[in-house]
Design a binder for this molecule. Structure first.
Ligand SMILES: C[S@@+](CC[C@H](N)C(=O)[O-])C[C@H]1O[C@@H](n2cnc3c(N)ncnc32)[C@H](O)[C@@H]1O
Length: 297
């Protein structure tokens, strides 16, 4: 059971007169200082007179994205933010979507980059969506189907990000969502998503050896190992360009997904999407990351 506390919003002129008071106060500071501001919110919610979003209980953070501390949760969010920023995908973008936003973690670093009214999240788990809204009333969270059902406005966003969503979706589901994301992006807009890669398969292989030797491993690795089957074959298939997906549950949509560059390009081409893969980076972040750009025509 979780309890969620919402920020105590006061009727403040800053929010009445500005499209984004976070940008007004913190838009000019270095990324590292902006990160420090968010780290401070663990113990202090009012910074320079601005009431910040509240933070979820540790157990909820761990359940949704596996992090064991606020420092790690925000560290991952800022590493992703800085990656997106340095890619140029943020340049000139006016409307933002955090796809599969969970409790809204990845949105937070971006809260100084857009008008607050242009910051959106999408989360198909209705409870996660409610929690995200309660913790952070400054952004708008849509909910909708686990498969696309038209809940997200078309041709609307300049930048869509999704951390650890295409790390889980099955081939059918990822193809449906890639098509939908393409339709909600404006021409010239970017989507930045993460996925599992060969690093995680090899880590699981190492952890299987530890387990066989009687050692303890992380609960999430154990869960993955329950579904992976023959890891050496999975690694060979991935290196051969196959998309890899498995689960230890009876879900046909959500498990562990390893979308390599070859498979991604193949899917984009098979689906005939007006998008190109501009970046595939398998080293910079904790998960592999790729960027799609919607064509102008
Ligand atoms: C590992 S969490 C990541 C949450 C968030 N992006 C973060 O990094 O904190 C995966 C999220 O994907 C959502 N999800 C599950 N099935 C989905 C689907 N079919 N389509 C889109 N999102 C899905 C889950 O509800 C969950 O919030």
């Amino acid at each position: 059971m979780y309890t969620v506390s919402s920020p105590r919003i006061t009727y403040s002129s800053e929010f009445r007169n500005s499209a984004n008071p976070f940008r007004d106060k913190f838009g000019g500071i270095a990324d590292d200082n902006w990160k420090d501001v968010w780290l401070t919110t663990e113990t202090c919610s009012n910074i320079q007179g601005i009431e910040f979003p509240t933070i979820p209980e540790q157990q909820l953070q761990s359940q949704i994205h596996g992090s064991s501390s606020w420092q790690i949760s925000m560290g991952e969010a800022f590493a992703f933010y800085e990656f997106v920023k340095s890619s140029g995908a943020l340049d000139g973008a006016k409307c933002f979507l955090d796809f599969g936003c969970g409790w809204g973690r990845m949105t937070r670093p971006f809260m100084r980059d857009f008008d607050l009214g242009k910051i959106y999240g999408f989360e198909p788990n209705a409870l996660h969506a409610i929690i995200a809204r309660s913790l952070n009333p400054y952004f708008t969270v849509f909910t909708g189907g686990f498969s696309p059902d038209g809940s997200i406005p078309k041709d609307w966003f300049d930048l869509v990000v999704g951390w650890s969503i295409f790390s889980h979706l099955s081939e059918k589901s990822l193809k449906e969502w890639l098509t939908e994301i393409c339709s909600v992006l404006r021409p010239g807009g970017h989507a930045v998503f993460t996925t599992w890669g060969i690093r995680f398969l090899k880590r699981l292989q190492g952890e299987q050896a530890l387990l066989d030797a009687g050692q303890e491993i992380h609960w999430y690795s154990k869960q993955c190992l329950d579904g992976v089957g023959n890891i050496s074959k999975r690694i060979a298939d991935y290196e051969n360009g196959d998309f890899i997906w498995f689960t230890n549950t009876d879900s046909t949509e959500y498990g562990e997904a390893f979308l390599g560059e070859k498979a991604l390009n193949r899917f984009v081409s098979e689906l005939d999407l007006p998008m190109e893969v501009t970046t595939f980076d398998a080293t910079s972040l904790a998960q592999d990351v790729f960027i799609l750009r919607k064509r102008q025509w």
